[in-house]
Each structure stands twice: as C-alpha cells, then as structure tokens.
Design a protein around this ligand. Structure first.
Ligand code: HH2
Length: 283
C-alpha cells in the first residue's frame, strides 16, 4: 500500500509511519503556546525527527472541542517563519493540518508534501489545490465543527456511518482529479464522538481499512483515553500507546502523535504482531 505525497512515496507495507505533531498554536489542548517562537518550533521539529518521526504535521489552528475557527490569514502568519525552513531542511516530508484552501495554497507553495484536512475537502477550493499539486491528502471524519462537535454526538452505527462518509470522501477526491494514491483516510478519533464511539471505531478499524486506502489514526493524549480511569493530559502516554498498538494491529498504517520516541517503539511491536498473524496481508 503506497501513499504518495508529491515527490515522496511512502511504502506502508514495509512499516507503519509515525507522524510527529508540531503545533504552532497558542491554545492546542496538550501543548498550546509551547512552540510559538520560531526557534522553539524548529528545535521541536528536529527533536521529533531525531526520535524517529517519518513526517511532521504542522498545525496553526487548534481543532480541540470548542475551538473557534482561526482565520486563514492568522494561520498563514503562524506558519510563515517555520514552514519554509522545515521544508528546506528536507529531512522528512511536511504536512500542514488545515481545513482552509487558502492556507493549503500557501503551504503547497512553500513546499509542503501533504495537506491534513480535518474537514475532508469541506472547503470548496481544497480539492483542486491538492489535485494540481499532486499532494498527499488526509481525509478525516468529523461530525460538525470543532466548536460544536462534542454536543451530544449521536450515531445509529458509528463505524458504519463513518466508513460510508470516508468512502464518499474518497469518491469526491477522485472525481476532483486527486490521484487515489495520494489519499489517506482517518476516522477522526475525538472529533464529534463520545468515548464509546472512539473505542468502537478502534475495535472495528478493519472496516475502515477495508475501504482500501491507508488509514491514519490519531489518539495522542485525547480525552477518551481517560474514560476508564481519570487521567490528566500529561498522564495519557501509556493509554495512548495501547490504543495506538491496537489500531496498528487492526491495520492503521499512519499514526499521529506528540510522543514520537515511545510511539515508534510501540508501533514496531504492533507491526511485528500484525505480520505474525496467519495469512497476514503484505499490503
Ligand atoms: N487530531 C488533532 C488534530 N488534527 N488530524 C488528523 N488527521 N487526525 C487527528 O486525529 C487529529 C488531527 C488534535 O490533536 P492536536 O493537534 O494535538 O490538538 P489541537 O487540535 O488542539 O491543536
């Protein structure tokens, strides 16, 4: 299974790839305001790469529950000092976490390899932008917007509905001229889901995997990890590693995390377990 991000092609059969998170935001739920300074942000990126990140996902707008929208101009202002130096360093491909076509245009012009779109091409200009650049794109499921998504989310069949949404998203991407090889899918853990929906999605992840595109899962430090037992944000590492390992065993090929070194170790074991299953597919 390949994921193409402009000039870079990830062969995901070989191993699951770990995406390190770099938040240039004042208000992200676990690390807001830590990397506002250009030097701090570039140091953090270097650390993520040293720890084994295969790709860096740079975010300039928090999408935590209740977060207000951040205007494109402000996202671009936050990205400007950091994005080009990161791309120029050329260590790993860079993705930009944005739902704005205007921000995506800026990011792709600066050399980003992929757009991580939590709105799954919700902005009308986004698909064309990604298609023309030959960029990688993550289509993520979210119910509502960050401002509203945790207001009593309800599903008849969460996994079935989310799989159908992602199937439709993939078809829309293809119709807009995005090569299928460029598309990854993400069920959007924590985005318009109560804790039981997140657990069910991870337990039934094979149904998302069966759509046939690489699946990305992001559980890092999220609040559902504290559902069985109260855990502060900085106490959720082990719980997140357990959930990540299960996701990879179920077929996730991309994982997004703040804690790269620990996640790389957990993912290697999950990859080995998955490969050891009788008749394990080699994709
Ligand atoms: N989760 C967050 C942000 N972007 N993108 C994808 N594809 N999948 C995710 O699960 C996902 C995501 C939330 O994490 P974080 O970036 O740390 O927080 P914030 O949105 O508060 O900046």
């Amino acid at each position: 299974m390949l994921w193409q991000c402009r000039g870079h092609v990830f062969d995901l059969a070989a191993r699951t790839r770990v995406i390190g998170i770099l938040n240039l935001t004042p208000d992200s739920f676990s690390d807001g305001a830590r990397y506002l300074d250009r030097g701090a942000a570039l140091d953090r990126a270097r650390q993520l790469i040293d720890e084994g990140a295969d790709l860096i996902d740079v975010g300039a707008a928090s999408t935590r529950p209740g977060a207000p929208p951040v205007p494109a101009a402000e996202q671009i202002r936050r990205l400007t000092p950091v994005l080009k130096p990161l791309v120029r360093a050329g260590n790993v491909p860079i993705s930009v976490d944005t739902a704005s076509a205007e921000v995506a245009a800026f990011a792709l012009a600066a050399g980003a390899g992929a757009i991580n779109d939590v709105s799954a091409l919700g902005d009308p200009g986004m698909a064309q932008m990604v298609a023309e650049a030959g960029a990688g794109v993550v289509l993520m499921h979210m119910r509502g917007t960050p401002a509203t998504m945790q207001h009593e989310p309800h599903y008849e069949d969460a996994t079935g509905e989310i799989a159908a949404f992602l199937r439709t998203g993939l078809a829309r991407a293809r119709a807009a001229g995005i090569a299928e090889a460029c598309v990854a899918l993400d069920p959007g853990i924590g985005f318009g889901k109560a804790a039981p929906h997140n657990f069910e999605l991870l337990a039934r992840l094979d149904e998302i995997v069966s759509i046939g595109r690489p699946v990305l899962v992001g559980v890092s430090r999220k609040s559902f990890l504290a559902a069985p037992e109260p855990l502060a944000v900085d106490q959720r590492l082990e719980a997140g590693l357990a959930a990540t390992a299960v996701a990879v065993f179920q077929g996730a090929r991309l994982v997004r995390t703040h804690d790269v070194a620990a996640t790389v170790r957990a993912v290697r074991i999950a990859d080995a377990l998955r490969a050891a299953r009788p008749g394990a597919p080699s994709d």
